[in-house]
Design a protein around this ligand. Sequence first.
Ligand code: ARG
Length: 466
Amino acid sequence: MSDKPWDGRFAQKTDPSVERFTASIGFDRRLFSYDIKGSIAHCRMLARQSIISENEASQIIDGLEKIAEDMEQGRFQLDESLEDVHMNIEARLVEQIGPVARKLHTARSRNDQVALDVRMYLRDAVTHILHQLTGLRRSLVAFADQHLDVIMPGYTHLQRAQPVLFSHHMMAYYEMLTRDRQRFNGVLTRTNVMPLGSAALAGTTHPVDSAYTAELLGFEAVSANSMDAVASRDFILEFLAAAAICMVHLSRFSEDLVLWSSREFGFVVLPDAFSTGSSIMPQKKNPDVCELVRAKTGRVFGSLVALLTVMKGLPMAYNRDLQEDKEPLFDAVDTLQGCLEIYEALIPKLQVNRTAMAGAASRGYLNATEVADYLVTKGAAFRDAHHCAGRVVRYALDQEKELNDLTLDEFSQFSPLFEADIFNILTPEQMINRRTSSGGTATRNVAQAIETARQVLAQEVSGAGS
Ligand code: ARG
């Protein structure tokens, strides 16, 4: 058992079971490099403000840099009895440079220190996710562009509804993921706030310059309220909410791929390299990647609910409960980043079965709405037109024909309004290309949407887009 920085007022040593129970080093070791960077900046600020001397600061900074190097070289074993990453680094610093190390924690508490570290960690994690969302959307747009002539049935209630372009379906996911990216940008803004100087909860009496620390660490703002700075985790909650929503989108995409790759649909073939087999049924090729993305969505929801629940009853300001913010956060970051990575790689390798899709779009009376709308343009009231079209469908069903296989005579049995031009609107191509309303599936709309997306993505890549 080691001495604790706070053991001055304690008559007993910490029980080993309590040490194990309260330790966060098992997971907050992930904050290691941020803790070092944060401490170096804090130390520079202390010296600049003459709170410690330049000489003391340079000893401390050299020591911290040496620790970072030791860690990289595998020469630094973290010690569980030292509770967390912050105390591990400080203890090592004392070991290396002696008592001057004890000055580093001047004007700082672990409460503002841990808030700083987590903000720095999340800033990097979100920045990576923003890049990944650009990459994944680029994959989707390229894929949509390559398949602009592929027609598929669009569904409602999982029943064939109306034909759409396959690319239109892909671009729907592009839109969802674009909004996800906007959400993560918002998360980044609210994460990029520097809390040091808040100390335990009330601020510090030392003449710190938090703006300088923020500048050294590349933060855009300094926290406005010390209690808020140490007690709030809504930047993490917001991240988890954005991650959960993004996972919903990936999960729905997964479900589409699971369905489409089934024998029943046969719309897509998943690449062998991204599928797995069965240990008993030799014929099987399973969409495990998609299934796992769908399932991992649940983990991310779990993280969000876990942290919401941790936060909801906490009195101000810092409580040890807040240590429980890290595992859900780290798990959600790993999960989301993993899912984004695998889909960016998988999408270009999907094989589209255009014949199966087009076949499904041309059977099942997906053009019944067209018949009703046609009668409306010829002067019928929509209710009457709908009823009449329904009767035509029933007749065609009895005849085992599709609507475009009926003759004009057959149509005319149901209404005198039918003319030869009824045959200009009944094929899937005609249906698609007449849907020119904004955001509709007409080829020229979708081509335009792809072009706009390309411009947006180019700006994101050049750093101009947010
Ligand atoms: N490991 C702690 C956490 O993650 C660090 C802060 C400890 N502060 C304290 N007052 N005990 O929140």
